[in-house]
Write a protein that binds this ligand. Structure first.
Ligand code: ADP
Ligand code: MG
Length: 344
């Protein structure tokens, strides 16, 4: 973790010393942040905007494995997964708080690596880190991030606005993060058997990046504005396409037809799937962690989006009575199952 650097035990600096080390020289960027770290609470002022809040909790051994996830990447990713939820509301994230529970197996330097990733994400997405909490844990690391965002009231997009005949659309491509994870797990198994083996990761930078350094779709709000469209419903794809479609249909009281051949897959995703003998469709439907946006549009918007390379139409919304089905490339129809990303 911190081979060349010193490895100071947390007990040497204490809780307050640690907080100072982790949160020093943080510059506030957003006008809505009146007071950040350093008092009993942060103070925010959104001046008539609506405020959007979301929290995620990540636990070692459940959501991440430090055998193959560097702490800096983990810090970055734990911010990104939260930002993605705010973008899925068509809102703009502005502030985060970060709370950590750490055991004494972590050095001060290891936690500085974690915060380097957190700060990098804040930098590239224009977010202020305005507070958090620090406590000890018996064993692993727990990270909880809360994100606060803003939107004009008429900009917000909920899960429940899909209507029959709407187009079902997705940004980017799917299944890459899952195939990246499969690759990392395969190499981790090889390493356990023979630590001298060099990992075989070349040629798979895209899917590894999708797993280790995911990005949130900060750009889609601008793309919608540019195209002159507003989705009728939206959700981010954290648990796999299948379960996100179910969420939209359930909240909206509709059914849906999804077409296998329309699901966007990157070439590396397909290649890795072939190598590991996994159907890439499974990676897209049930893999999760793609952090793309799934949304529905009025069918009259089709012409506006048909040439946009960021958006794929993958199906359409139907009446509830028609069910939620996948139309396979072979033409048969099967009911979608929400596998989700069930850790429990
Ligand atoms: P309190 O005793 O009121 O909980 P703390 O001593 O825990 O205050 O925190 C002091 C300041 O540092 C507060 O502004 C708090 O939000 C912030 N803070 C504490 N832990 C973290 C952390 N892990 N990351 C970011 N900010 C933190
Ligand atoms: Mg505290």
């Amino acid at each position: 973790m911190a081979d060349k650097k010193r490895s100071r035990p947390i007990s040497e600096v204490g809780e307050f010393g640690l907080i100072d080390i982790l949160t020093n020289n943080i510059e506030l960027k957003n006008p809505s942040t009146l007071k950040g770290i350093g008092d009993d609470a942060a103070v925010l002022d959104f001046k008539g905007k609506q405020v959007v809040v979301s929290t995620d909790l990540l636990a070692e051994g459940i959501h991440f494995n430090l055998m193959y996830v560097p702490l800096k990447h983990l810090g970055y990713k734990s911010v990104i997964v939260n930002l993605s939820d705010i973008y899925a509301m068509n809102a703009v994230p502005r502030q985060i708080t970060v709370s950590i529970a750490v055991s004494n197996k972590f050095s001060v330097e290891a936690l500085e690596d974690l915060y380097e990733g957190i700060k990098l994400a804040c930098e590239s997405y224009g977010i202020d880190l305005v507070g958090g909490d620090t406590t000890s844990s018996m064993t692993g690391l727990v990270i909880s991030v809360t994100v606060i965002g803003e939107a004009e009231p008429d900009e917000l997009i909920y899960r429940d606005g899909a209507r029959a005949t709407n187009l079902l659309c997705v940004s980017g491509d799917l299944g890459g993060a899952y195939m990246g994870l499969q690759l990392l797990e395969r190499e981790n198994e090889v390493f356990k058997v023979n630590p001298k083996m060099q990992p075989e990761l070349s040629g798979y930078d895209y899917i590894l990046g999708r797993q280790l350094k995911p990005e949130a779709r900060k750009d889609m709000k601008g793309i919608f504005n540019k195209l002159g469209i507003k989705p009728t419903s939206m959700i981010d794809i954290s648990d796999g396409l299948s379960s996100e479609i179910m969420h939209i249909c359930k909240a909206s009281g509709t059914g849906c037809k999804l077409y296998e051949e329309k699901i966007p897959l990157d070439n590396q995703t397909k290649q890795m799937a072939e190598e590991l003998n996994i159907n890439p469709l499974v990676a897209a439907l049930n893999g999760g962690e793609d952090y793309e946006l799934l949304f529905t549009l009025s069918v009259s918007d089709f012409e506006k989006i048909q040439n946009d390379t960021d958006i794929s139409v993958i199906g359409h919304i139907t009446e509830k009575s028609e069910g939620i089905t996948l139309v396979t490339t072979g033409g048969s129809e099967i009911a979608l199952q929400a596998q989700g990303w069930n850790h429990l």
